[in-house]
Design a binder for this molecule. Sequence first.
Ligand code: AMP
Length: 398
Amino acid sequence: MKVLVINCGSSSLKFRLIDTATETVLARGLFERIGQEKGGFSYIPGEKDKITEDRVIPDHYEAVKILIETITDSRLGVIGSLDDIDAVGHRIVHGGDKFAHPVVITDEVIRGIEECSRLAPIHNPVNLLGIKACMKYMPDTVMVGVFDTSFHQTMPEEAYLYGIPYEYYERDRVRKYGFHGMSHEYVAGETAKMLGKDIRDTRIITCHLGNGASICAVKGGISVDTSMGFTPLAGIIMGTRSGGIDPEIVNYIATEENKSLQEVMDILNTKSGLYGVSGYLSSDVRDLTEEYDKGNEDAKRALNKLSYSITKFIGAYVVVLGGVDAITFTAGIGENSWLVRKLVCERLNALGVVLDEEKNKNVKGADMISAAESKVKIFRIPTDEEMSIARQVVKTLS
Ligand code: AMP
């Protein structure tokens, strides 16, 4: 099957055309700064060189139109016509507890996604825009919605309920949802392959460490708990997000600093995490590592807090899973920062984790980075959310 994967952000549209039989990427591209004065489009047909172009892109509809023109173009294209595309897979951030699986998009599904917009007011409407634009230009192609939250719909009640009055769950669906589902599912699957085991016989902890970050406990291929919550603000500390804190802090800062609720939430979302803990040095682990190497105390404090925060969730999830076979690092920090992986693994010696220091520093692609004597296997596996979406489209349609 040839599946076109669409991932829409508020001012961006990322796409990939994948031949799912061989898992080959036929083309990929990115539209940036949609709706702004100076837009940009980059495109890579197959193994060929990247083409970049400054181009004003007024809206997501125009982006989809250019996308189609490009992939079917006689010179730059990779397919003869739109008929060669068997399905479109759309990334949708929030499926609430309505969508526990990917679904073929119908009018009813669109209404369901709209209803979930109150849970993700920034993301869902823009995901819907991508769906509507594709429907306009590809009215005869089947569309599948794949949700960031659905992988975690298998969590048991004791994991997803908060200790607040039950009526908020019953009436308003206030509960833990979890995010990065496609990434956790993909890397857990790849980890099982590298363990040489049937995923149903595995207990894996996946650490998706990017600007936003979450940890997931995966038992037999199923998510049983994850660190993000009702929103992506919960869990471990992130680039600029606080992660879980005592909720009374919100009231305290608002009162002491005479700030509105919105202003305090803004601090927790954009001025906290690594950025805040480092005294506003940086939210980027690359900068913090450079400063850490120079002995900068602010960088040290931030990276220590990050590794401690990750380790605490791993420790809890080992108990939740009743043991662990493998821990996998992925996403921007998890894939690229040997220092963060080392700081985390040093804190895991109670589990018998021993890192192969050389491998950890020089690892490329998907590989094991633990020493032979390590009681738990440690992996570094690049995530591939688009491939995860394409796989789920095939599964949904077969
Ligand atoms: P993501 O959200 O998955 O794209 O991850 C972005 C984050 O990954 C950046 O903000 C950095 O903190 C981190 N990152 C990316 N590349 C590197 C690198 N080479 N070394 C350390 N951290 C990196």
